[in-house]
Design a protein around this ligand. Structure first.
Ligand code: AOF
Ligand code: ZN
Length: 354
């Protein structure tokens, strides 16, 4: 039975992932309905505010002429128990007469937090929790952080030479990594609601900061521009590609200079910037500006370090602000994976202990 449960949950997790980028700040959720050992319906949460995975799967089964009474529902997140933008899935599952519900993880949303499971159990549904839980937690690491802290999940992405530089001494950084690594960055952009860089990057590279994969929603672009250099450049007649799509937010000491240009806040302290983004409903930030990475190091939840096969000898270092004197004092990372991307490679890591 266990093996079977894992197999269907695996499929539910794959389905959930199809909502990536579109459901934020909601979780990615997938559901599979099984009766007499056969899959009779599948579904996933497709867009923020729209139908939940369980309901999509129930409708899928019915539309194909199946009766869900007595069936098993595999779902990657505990079915919800309250009325939000959608009705409570736990109630619907009870009404539909499911015999068994297999859940990967409890919903960390304080409005649910076990109440969905409790409701179904009380109604006589067999509920099992924790199948492929680790995988489900990883899939929704952004949601878990945001729903429990109201602070966005912070990822730091850097492109480094093998000797650890993010740019030459005159700030030139195009290109350190190759095509495959750049495609991977697009996938990271899909996963995060907002992309953040400093004004130096905007002025030097004029990046679009968008997601160019097909099936990718518009991004929120967050620019740290303490002295409003971008506003001044615009007033002097310069144009920037990042304004071509998506929402643009500046954090600056001079928000008044951005009137008629973009949304701007008089906040420059990293923790306050993140708090504001959380208040604005932004669940995740991908920090792409190498020179702002160090300021946000203390708040980083994840690192994506791309290494290209080059040596600069000298240049800009990403974490110079650390000033570690003894290796024993160095912050540690916990490496999750190593991935080869053409001639480059990617180290994915979490902050470690210490
Ligand atoms: C589920 N299945 O597919 C999703 C769930 O405003 P609402 O009604 O869309 O509710 C959002 C909350 O519902 C979200 O914070 C999370 O706790 C849960 N999301 N639950 O059973 C789903 N997307
Ligand atoms: Zn629901």
């Amino acid at each position: 039975m266990m093996q079977e449960d894992e197999r269907f949950m695996w499929l539910a997790l794959e389905l959930a992932r199809k909502g990536e980028g579109w459901v934020s700040p909601n979780p990615m959720v997938g559901a599979v309905i099984v009766k007499d050992g056969k899959i009779i319906g599948v579904g996933w949460h497709q867009r923020f505010g729209e139908k939940h995975a369980e309901v999509v799967a129930i409708e899928d089964a019915k539309q194909k002429g199946h009766d869900v009474r007595g069936a098993t529902m595999y779902v990657t997140l505990e079915p919800c128990s309250y009325w939000g933008k959608q009705p409570p899935c736990a109630d619907r599952i009870i009404e539909e007469g499911f015999k068994r519900v297999v859940v990967a993880m409890e919903d960390p949303n304080p409005l649910v937090a076990g109440r969905g499971i409790e409701k179904m159990t009380k109604a006589g549904v067999e509920v099992e929790v924790g199948v492929l839980e680790e995988k489900a937690r990883k899939l929704n690491e952004i949601f878990i952080k945001y729903i429990t802290t109201k602070m966005p999940f912070v990822s730091i992405k850097l492109a480094l030479t093998l000797d650890g530089f993010i740019a030459t001494e005159n700030f030139s950084s195009q290109w350190i990594t190759g095509e495959k690594a750049r495609l991977k960055v697009q996938e990271l952009r899909r996963r995060h609601m907002a992309i953040m860089v400093g004004s130096g990057t905007v002025l030097a590279d004029d990046p679009r900061l968008n997601c160019r994969l097909e099936n990718c929603p518009e991004k929120v672009k967050v620019i740290l521009d303490r002295s409003a250099r971008v506003a001044e450049a615009i007033k002097a007649g310069k144009r920037f590609k990042l304004f071509e799509d998506g929402r643009v937010i500046f954090f600056t000491e001079r928000p008044e200079l951005f009137e008629g240009i973009a949304e701007a806040y008089r906040i420059t302290e990293p923790e306050e910037i993140l708090r504001k983004l959380g208040e604005l409903g932004i669940d995740s930030v991908l920090i792409e500006g190498g020179r702002i990475a160090c300021e946000f190091l203390a708040f980083a939840d994840k690192f994506y370090l791309f290494y290209g096969p080059k040596l600069f000898g000298n240049g800009i270092k990403p974490f110079e602000c650390l000033k570690v004197e003894s290796p024993n004092d160095a912050p540690m990372l916990e490496i999750e994976s190593l991935e080869r991307l053409g001639e480059s490679f990617l180290v994915t890591a979490y902050p470690g202990d210490g």
